[in-house]
Design a protein around this ligand. Sequence first.
Ligand code: HEM
Length: 259
Amino acid sequence: MDSGGISVDFVEFRRLVDAMGLTPEASEEMDRWGHESAPRLKQALLELYTTIADNPDLSAFFDDVEQLSHVRQKQYEHWRTLLSGLFDETYLESAKRIGTVHCSIGLEPHAFLTGYAAVLSALLRDASQLDGGAGRKGHRASQSPDIVIDALTRAALLDIGVALTSYSEAEQSRARLSRLKFSNAFRQAFTHSMSELDTAMGSLNQAAGQLANPDPAEDQGLNAAELAQSVTRSTAAVQVQLDELKSKMNEFLTATGAA
Ligand code: HEM
């Protein structure tokens, strides 16, 4: 993990794989079983996407049936990569992309997890039917359900961890970008207001000067002195506003880290 962010780099990821107890032997077992369970995976995904299509809140994320089946195929490929137990860069990129893509479309992590649970549960149920002794039809007799279930559980938790970390990172970077855009817009608006205020204050000062020192050639009327006082008061008020605006802008820029 780099020191400033939460992104999972490949070296850190390989450490996670080891810490998760995914040994090469366990991964190999999972890979062997993964090939055999491919039809079950396909079936689980068909069921998941039927559920999604029937749920208006979830189907709203898809433009049409074609996109739905395209995404189902993408998800199938991801599971196959995961079950291969290779945990290489291709796998890591796929897991991270799942986080960023779902974040970008605004799919809540809990909805993602619900879909994940449905597929994982189907796979675990399938693995539990392995018979380490005699073997069941279509499965190798030597495969122990315990080893496969153990590897699958660890792999799935690792996968979820990577996807959600990348989801959260994408969300943070989106928030950072929007803060930056906001502060730039705020700065521009602020600078403009201040320049307007400066101009107004200059005019007021000038008027105040003329009233306080009337030109004898011009008719100043009877209330020139009062007017002068009023203009001076206005000038002071504008100055107060200006100071306040300046301090607010500094506060804002400091708070958003844009200063
Ligand atoms: C209810 C749960 C889910 C919904 C509603 C959902 C929805 C979607 C949608 C709408 C897209 C297309 C995004 C776009 O490109 O505009 C997508 C892409 C994808 N989803 Fe999901 N998803 C769900 C769960 C999952 C799960 C559990 C996985 C796998 C573990 C997964 C894997 C993928 C993959 C691999 C892609 C393609 C990413 C790419 O473009 O490379 N999804 N999903």
